[in-house]
Design a protein around this ligand. Structure first.
Ligand code: FAD
Length: 396
C-alpha cells in the first residue's frame, strides 16, 4: 500500500541531497528526502573539515536564498598562489584583478550540511525519512509515477515522478541500477590537518611538488588547513604512525608562505581512488554529487560542480515536464570539462617528468605574461567563465 505520492524522492541527505531538495521544495514540488543515518544536530566541532566554495557557488547560494544562513560560518579567500615545483612556475591571483572582493570562501563541511539540514526540517514541502534506505525500485516509465520501496522489509512504498540519487560515492542505488563507473587510482592519500600559523590574510596556496599536491587554506585568523595529497610512496615521510605530521618538511615546502607553524592536528584522510559514472540519468532518475563523480581534490571541484548541476536542474525544470535527456547532456558537458581540468592538473602540473615540466613552464609563463589570459584562467577556476557575475554578484 502506498504511503505517499511525491514529485521527487531524493536518496541521501548530504550537502548535495539537502541542497537539491530545498531548491525543489522552494519551487513548489512535493519532495521526500531519505537518509540512511540519524538526523544531524550539531554545529560545533573540535576540528575543522574544510570545503572551499568558489565565487560561482557563492552566487548560487545567494540566488538560492541560503547565503545569509551561512555568512557567520565562512572565511573569505581573496588571493591564491599556485606554484608548480619551483619558483619560476608561480602564479598569484587576486580577487581585485577581476573586480571582485573575494575569490571564494571556506566553510566547515559539517556545519554547512547542518545548516542545510535545519532548513530541510522547516520546509512544509519536504517529508523526511531518517534511518531509512531505498531497497527496491518499481518499474518506472517516463512521466509516470513509480514505486520506491523502503527498508529491508519493503513494507513501505512511496510513489514518485522522479528519483534523485545523491547518496554518495558508495551509492547502493547506483549499483542496483547497474550504472558503471570509470575508477581512477591516483596512488595518493589526501590528508587534512588543522594548524596554527601566521600567513598573509585570506590567501590560499597550492603547491605541486614531487611528493604530491599540497594546499594551505586558512579558515580563521592564525588558523589553517593543510590539505596534503601525498603520493603513497612518500606518505610515511610526512605522516607518522600516530598521524603526526613532519613539521620540518612542511615548513620547508611552505617556507615563503607561512610562518610559526604549530599544533598540527590530524583531521582525516582519504585514499584517492576516484570514480566517474558513465551515465548520470535513466528515464526519470538522476544522479547528483558524489554518486555520479568522486573527484580528485586538486582545484576543490566536487561540491562546486554539483551545485552547478543543481542550477541546471532548476533551469530545466522551468519547462513543464523535465526533459532528463537534455538535462543530462548539459550536465555531462560540464562534467567532462571539469574532468579535463583535473586530468590536466594531475597529469601535467603535478608530474615531474621533463616533458610535463616543460609544458607546465610553458603554460604558467604564457598565462603569467598576459593579464587577459590570467583573468580568463582565474575565471575558469572560479566557475565564472561566460557567467555574468559582475551583475549577478553585486554585493547586497
Ligand atoms: C578532504 C576533502 C576535501 C574536499 N574539498 C572540497 C572543496 O574544497 N570544494 C568542493 O567543492 N568539494 C570538496 N570536496 C568534495 C565535497 O565534499 C563533495 O563533493 C560533497 O560533499 C558531495 O556531497 P554528496 O552530498 O554528493 O555526498 P555525501 O557527502 O557523501 O553524502 C551522501 C549522503 O547519503 C547518505 N547515504 C549513503 N548511502 C545511503 C543510502 N543507501 N540511502 C540513503 N542515504 C544514504 C549518507 O549518509 C550521506 O548523508 C572535498 C572532499 C573531501 C573528501
Amino acid at each position: 500500500m502506498s504511503e505517499g505520492k511525491f514529485d521527487f524522492i531524493i536518496s541521501g541527505a548530504g550537502l548535495v541531497g539537502c541542497l537539491v531538495t530545498l531548491q525543489l521544495a522552494k519551487s513548489g514540488y512535493k519532495c521526500c528526502l531519505i537518509e540512511k543515518n540519524k538526523a544531524l544536530n550539531k554545529t560545533s566541532f573540535k576540528d575543522y573539515s574544510p570545503l572551499s566554495l568558489n565565487y560561482r557557488s557563492y552566487l548560487l547560494l545567494k540566488k538560492f536564498g541560503l547565503w545569509d544562513k551561512l555568512i557567520q560560518h565562512i572565511y573569505p579567500i581573496k588571493n591564491l598562489f599556485l606554484k608548480s615545483y619551483h619558483s619560476l612556475n608561480r602564479l598569484r591571483f587576486e580577487a581585485k584583478d577581476i573586480e571582485l572582493d573575494e575569490l571564494g570562501f571556506v566553510i566547515d563541511r559539517r556545519v554547512f550540511t547542518q545548516v542545510l539540514f535545519d532548513e530541510v526540517k522547516q520546509s512544509k514541502n519536504i517529508s523526511l525519512h531518517n534511518e531509512s534506505i531505498i531497497n527496491k525500485l518499481g518499474n518506472n516509465k517516463k512521466n509516470e509515477f513509480f514505486g520506491v520501496y523502503l527498508d529491508s522489509t519493503l513494507s513501505k512504498k512511496l510513489l514518485t515522478k522522479y528519483l534523485i540519487i545523491s547518496d554518495g560515492a558508495e551509492s547502493s542505488l547506483k549499483n542496483f541500477l547497474d550504472i558503471k563507473s570509470k575508477e581512477i587510482d591516483y596512488s595518493q592519500t589526501s590528508f587534512v590537518f588543522n594548524a596554527n600559523a601566521s600567513f598573509e590574510s585570506s590567501t590560499a596556496i597550492q603547491i605541486f611538488n614531487k611528493y604530491g599536491i599540497f594546499a594551505m587554506i586558512p579558515y580563521a585568523e592564525n588558523k589553517i588547513n593543510l590539505i596534503l595529497t601525498i603520493n603513497n610512496k612518500y606518505t610515511s615521510s610526512f605522516v607518522g604512525r600516530n598521524k603526526q605530521i613532519d613539521d620540518m618538511r612542511i615548513k620547508e615546502i611552505f617556507k615563503n608562505y607561512i610562518n610559526n607553524l604549530d599544533s598540527c592536528n590530524y583531521v582525516s584522510e582519504y585514499n584517492l581512488i576516484t570514480s566517474r559514472t558513465h551515465e548520470i540519468a535513466r528515464k526519470n532518475i538522476l544522479l547528483l554529487g558524489n554518486s555520479s563523480q568522486l573527484l580528485h581534490p586538486v582545484g576543490a571541484q566536487g561540491f562546486n560542480l554539483a551545485i552547478r548541476h543543481i542550477e541546471m536542474l532548476m533551469d530545466h525544470i522551468k519547462s513543464e515536464n523535465l526533459d532528463m535527456l537534455s538535462l543530462s547532456k548539459d550536465i555531462d558537458k560540464s562534467r567532462l570539462d571539469t574532468f579535463d581540468h583535473i586530468d590536466l592538473a594531475t597529469k601535467i602540473l603535478a608530474n615531474d617528468k621533463i616533458p610535463s615540466m616543460l609544458m607546465t613552464f610553458g603554460i604558467i609563463n604564457t598565462v603569467k605574461s598576459s593579464r587577459l589570459l590570467r583573468n580568463i584562467f582565474l575565471k575558469k577556476i572560479l566557475g565564472l567563465e561566460g557567467y555574468a557575475y559582475l551583475t549577478v554578484g553585486s554585493k547586497a
